[in-house]
Design a protein around this ligand. Sequence first.
Ligand SMILES: [Zn+2]
Length: 104
Amino acid sequence: MTWNLANKLALFGDSSMIVEARIACRRIMKDSISTERSKKAQEIASNPSSYKVCEGCDSIVGSGAITCPNCHGYRFDAEPSRVVDQAIFLGARKQTSVTVEDLS
Ligand SMILES: [Zn+2]
């Protein structure tokens, strides 16, 4: 939608407006990514017993994981309050390494 607007503006030759539209578009994309992340964080926080926190790299992994898929560490903190804290922390952070792929 925003890209169509940018293209329309291009027809009028106002390049500064195109740049603004592109920045707005990028901002929307960034927002949707962080929404995804906070959704995941909420999911983890609402079910902390299914997850644990890696002592090596602070990733959140599935409670069934034997080693951390990120750093191959084998020490975990399964304390639910720690998992919730970490989920909120990772959810709020810009870049994250939440790994919840190993749920088996
Ligand atoms: Zn790790």
